[in-house]
Design a protein around this ligand. Structure first.
Ligand code: OFO
Length: 166
């Protein structure tokens, strides 16, 4: 049985993971219409992962005899100023998600809910992975500058594979 405060924070996280998914979908769509096929592919895959994160939380709450609430989502931005700025936004968003996961972890400690705490460790590791893979993309973008975006776009999916991505 989940403590109410933990259940509420997990429900809040459903909304945040779902918003991550549609934010990345919007970014993917933007990139696709700008001809960045590789970047779009990366973001579509990322959007799918975020949907899985959302689903994971929904199912966990229900499994623990709580009630997962399916929220509505804010409309994500449809326009982005460029690849570099967009990936800076992705990193910033992931840092926000990491903070949000950490708040749930802290609550499980306060409530001595060690099974949810243990279950959340997957998300803790996932955030380390995600932040570092986005940081690697930003580093690469800094390196190539504005001139080699074609090559960057061609190579981005292989960076995902190298980083494991999942
Ligand atoms: Fe990218 O974050 Fe989910 O957890």
């Amino acid at each position: 049985m989940l403590k109410k405060s933990v259940e509420d924070l997990l429900n809040r996280q459903i909304e945040r993971e779902g918003y991550s998914s549609i934010l990345y979908l919007s970014m993917a769509s933007w990139a696709e219409t700008r001809g960045y096929a590789g970047v779009a592919e990366w973001l579509y895959a990322q959007a799918e992962e975020e949907k899985m994160h959302m689903l994971k939380i929904i199912r966990y709450i229900n499994k623990k005899s709580g009630k997962a609430i399916i929220p509505s989502f804010d409309r994500p931005p449809a326009e982005f100023e460029g690849l570099k700025i967009m990936f800076d936004q992705v990193l910033e968003h992931e840092q926000y998600i990491t903070g949000s996961i950490n708040e749930i972890v802290a609550e499980t400690e306060k409530e001595k809910d060690y099974s949810t705490n243990n279950w959340l460790q997957w998300f803790v590791s996932e955030q380390v992975e995600e932040e570092s893979s986005v940081q690697a993309i930003i580093d690469k973008l800094d390196l190539v500058g504005d001139h080699n975006l074609y090559m960057f776009d061609r190579d981005i999916m292989s960076m995902r594979t190298e980083k494991g991505g999942e």
